[in-house]
Design a protein around this ligand. Structure first.
Ligand code: SF4
Length: 347
């Protein structure tokens, strides 16, 4: 156990060693990850008051794990989006999180007009888009991805989401999201964002066809990017939800043990390099999220207000956890609730 702890702190977890760890006693992993969490970020558990806004479920990418695409059949107007932002501002949310599908209308100009409209009406952080949206918007507008990111930043994008990473192994992507950008393109766009001063989250979507080796390779790619750019604010592990999608017909959801092992091994691989690891209550449920917070995680994510994407995929844990519930869930495990903003500054 001491060896694992020391190697994590020294940033010396190799692929082979990590693979050995995930095949060893899981309770030892949970213990080390919990100790690392305590020593690196302390006993505070952060959360953010935010609102998800999923602007359309139309999408030409057609990922096999996606339940959101055409689940309702809608495209919000700018007025409807502004009305949703107002509802978030009214409950003192500090962040709106904009997601959407990819359509031929979603050009750089489209997003810039939307970002500017939000910023000129409201004082709120905009966390949104992801490398796949940046890639296609840039292509549709005939400019480079770094120029698209620069335009988004000028128009009001504060932070980019690290969604569309799924598993950063092209042989896995070929099976679960063959039309999505490659690992190399995802990494390139994330590094470009960091280089021009747009921080991003990082994510892993696990539980489909990938192996533990693929998961570890993914986490090591994220660690290497962070060592180069220091632009990630956190890791958000997201378990695959298997309702209403093509892949779900053949696959069961991940086990609770695997959910906990992902949070633990991420903490051990990242050490101090990416200090914030989220336990996503909307994917895990609040009870398993509490346990993940005792196995390496230190953040409970957002209050959300809505999450059409998870609901379409079979999440049954609701879409909204108000501040008081966040406090209760964190207090119940003997930890200290702290509201944060997108950049992990205390609110
Ligand atoms: S996961 Fe995203 S990119 Fe893939 S089909 Fe669904 S909405 Fe489109």
């Amino acid at each position: 156990m001491e060896d694992i702890y020391e190697r994590s702190i020294q940033g010396d977890i190799t692929r082979e060693y990590a693979l050995k760890l995930v095949n060893s006693n899981p309770f030892q992993l949970f213990d080390v990850a919990n100790q690392l969490r305590k020593d690196i970020v302390g006993d505070e558990v952060t959360f953010i008051v935010n609102r998800n806004i999923d602007i359309t479920d139309d999408c030409m990418i057609k990922c096999g794990f996606c339940s959101f695409r055409k689940s309702i059949g809608y495209h919000m107007t700018t007025e409807e989006i502004l009305a949703s932002v107002k509802e978030a501002v009214d409950v003192k949310a500090t962040e709106i999180c904009i997601f959407s599908g990819v359509t031929p209308e979603m050009t750089v100009e489209y997003y810039c007009d939307l970002l500017s409209a939000i910023k000129s009406n409201f004082h709120i952080q905009i966390h949104g888009l992801s490398p796949v949206e940046v890639f296609h918007a840039a292509r549709l507008s005939g400019i480079s991805t770094v120029d698209a990111l620069t335009d988004f930043k000028k128009a009001g994008l504060d932070t980019l989401t690290g969604a569309s990473a799924e598993i950063l192994v092209d042989s896995v992507r070929a099976k679960i999201c063959p039309n999505k950008i490659s690992t190399a393109d995802w990494v390139k766009i994330i590094k470009e964002a960091h280089e021009i001063g747009i921080p991003t989250t990082s994510t892993i979507m696990y539980g489909t066809v990938e192996t533990w080796e693929d998961r570890i390779n993914h986490l090591l790619i994220l660690r290497d990017i962070q060592l180069e750019t220091n632009g990630f604010t956190e890791l958000v592990p997201m378990t695959f939800l298997n309702q209403n999608n093509v892949l779900g017909a053949e696959l069961s959801p991940s086990s609770g043990m695997d959910d906990l092992k992902i949070h633990s091994i991420a903490r051990i691989i990242f050490g101090k390099v990416i200090p914030n690891i989220q336990a996503s209550w909307i994917k895990l449920g609040t009870k398993l999220a509490q346990i993940a917070l005792c196995c390496g995680a230190n953040d409970l994510g957002g209050t959300m207000m809505e999450d059409k994407i998870s609901i379409a995929a079979g999440s049954s844990y609701g879409e909204h956890l108000p501040r008081e519930d966040m406090h209760r869930i964190i207090n119940e495990i003997g930890r200290i609730p702290v509201e944060r903003n997108t950049l992990y500054q205390k609110v």
